[in-house]
Design a protein around this ligand. Structure first.
Ligand SMILES: [Zn+2]
Length: 523
């Protein structure tokens, strides 16, 4: 159709509307009003004006793009503003956009090129007093092996889950029971039934051909297989199942293969391994942390050189992603930290330390620097984001649980009054019916702490999880948990199920940090 004939048709189409408006029968649509009230259109001027307008818009867009791409922090600010929640809290993973479906196997761009890790500005002198679950340096000679026919190596925090005998003894010692173990078995079965054909797991679990929507509550992170796989592997590893031992060797191997196949090697010559997957918004460093813990635990449990190499690379990525000023981590590498993301990285680093991977202790000093800024009440409570009073003016129970667990691993002793005060606070808060993220971290704090506080906590937490798991009577979703977490929409049922499983595995998943000399396990 020519421009002139189009204009003629437009004028014909506009006439009845003009008549209707003049008769006062009805108000004309806005578009027609604009057309009728516009001045006469001189089409001969249009090509020049249109061309100029397009050019000016393109230049403006290009300038904006350059400014944003050159400044990751500005990009983060924009995204943060776009995704800001009404309730300021401790988001686990904020809302994601659609992401590409293909895995990009190409080496990652050198995201660290603008600042080398040697520029870390926090204090780095002196040794770091780590409590890495019955930590390697602190174990006294002769106290490193528990009594019993096979014994448990206190020097390895994952040793409690490595045999049926050890698991049984630890369960009995720390308050698990047959019902909690049956819940773990049922939950792992649900995970097996929702593993994808490429070995990964998905927060959109209902897309699994065996599920076809029979389970509700997909996470809104539709394309985050790395995060979902890291969580699932942690649940299997937590119960002692690896690709070399246990009842789920095939499933664990396929999950590990997925991570190793799709992880991106750095192009900067450092061999760091980027496991963040399709990063489109704020989930990246959460995913890196989860996958790194899984690889490090597996490396400690199996000593498989392939896994060890990958774990070392994943740790290197985390070390290099640390903010050089505040010592924390956030959504993007080297961004100023928040307590929630810091928690996962510290857990990954201590798992790497436990697996005897090599990296500088300086990274722990940085984490300590960050926690010093995030603490309130002399270190017994923690806020979400120090240095951003608008977003996080007050401590929260969840950030307090995360902060205290980090403090325990970073060397705070059981005699530390600030730790005692924090544990007393968690004891008063009690296990929450609707905050699994808090429950997951707080359970670990209380388990390490021990004593009456742990007994009180465990009886409520354990039975709450057993009670709320879907049973066989519920059919297909049996073994999973309905989401009960204010920040769990991103991961949905899969996330909730994995955190619940790891919480029920607490008895043997990590040996308690304190009371090493009094730990007696008979079996
Ligand atoms: Zn299902």
């Amino acid at each position: 159709m020519s421009l002139e004939s189009f204009l003629k048709r437009s004028q014909v189409a506009a006439k009845p509307a003009k008549s209707a408006a003049a008769s006062g029968l009805s108000a004309p649509p806005l578009a027609q009003v604009m057309l009728l009230s516009a001045p006469a259109w001189d089409w001969r001027r249009t090509p020049t004006v249109t061309l100029m307008s397009v050019l000016l818009h393109l230049i403006a867009l290009g300038l904006c793009g350059l400014i944003v791409l050159e400044n990751p922090q500005l990009m983060e600010e924009i995204f943060t503003t776009l995704t800001e929640h009404e309730e300021i809290g401790d988001p686990i993973i904020e809302r994601s956009m659609e992401v590409p479906q293909e895995v990009n196997d190409a080496p990652q761009e050198n995201i660290f090129s603008r600042a080398a890790t040697s520029n870390l500005e926090f204090e780095s002198t002196g040794p770091v007093a780590l409590n890495v679950s019955d930590g390697i340096p602190q174990v006294e000679k002769g106290a490193s092996e528990l009594p019993g026919p096979r014994g448990i190596q206190l020097g390895n925090e994952t040793s409690g889950r490595m045999s049926a005998d050890a698991k049984r003894a630890m369960l009995e010692k720390f308050g698990g029971n047959s019902a909690s173990e049956a819940a773990v078995a049922a939950g792992l079965k649900w995970l097996v039934d929702h593993q994808m054909s490429n070995g990964s797991w998905s927060f959109e679990h209902s897309k699994h051909p065996g599920c076809r929507g029979q389970c509700s509550q997909n996470g809104f992170l539709k394309s985050c297989p790395h995060g979902a796989t890291g969580l699932a592997l942690l649940a299997f590893l937590g119960a002692g199942h690896t690709h070399q031992a246990g009842d789920y060797q095939k499933e664990v191997r396929r999950g590990l293969d997925f991570l190793l196949k799709t992880g991106k090697r750095s192009s900067d010559g450092s061999d760091s391994l980027d496991l963040r997957g399709f990063v489109v918004r704020n989930e990246g460093m959460y995913v890196q942390g989860l996958c790194t813990i899984a690889l490090c635990e597996c490396a400690a449990m199996t000593d498989d050189p392939r896994i060890r190499t990958a774990a070392q690379g994943a740790i290197e990525f985390i070390v290099k992603a640390q903010n050089p000023v505040d010592g924390g981590w956030r959504y993007f590498p080297r961004a100023p930290g928040d307590t929630s993301v810091v928690g996962w990285q510290v857990m990954a680093l201590k798992s790497g330390y436990n697996a005897k991977l090599s990296f500088s202790n300086k990274v722990f000093k940085g984490a300590e620097t960050f926690l010093d800024r995030a603490q309130t009440n002399r270190g017994s409570q923690y806020i979400y984001m120090p240095g951003n009073a608008r977003r996080s003016p007050d401590p929260t129970e969840t950030m307090t649980a995360v902060g205290l667990l980090c403090r325990m691993y970073l060397g705070w002793d059981r005699t530390n009054p600030r730790l005692a005060s924090g544990v007393e606070y968690l004891d008063q808060v009690k296990p929450q019916p609707d905050n699994m993220y808090f429950n997951y971290y707080a359970t670990q704090v209380m388990h390490h702490w021990g004593g009456d506080e742990w007994t009180r906590w465990n009886e409520v937490m354990r039975d709450q999880l057993i009670r709320t798991q879907h049973s066989q009577r519920d059919g297909h979703p049996a073994g999973s948990w309905d989401l009960a977490d204010p920040h769990g929409d991103a991961g949905g049922r899969h996330y909730m199920t994995c955190l619940s499983l790891m919480t029920l595995e607490v008895y043997y998943r990590h040996l308690p940090l304190y009371n090493r000399n009094t730990l007696k396990v008979e079996f």
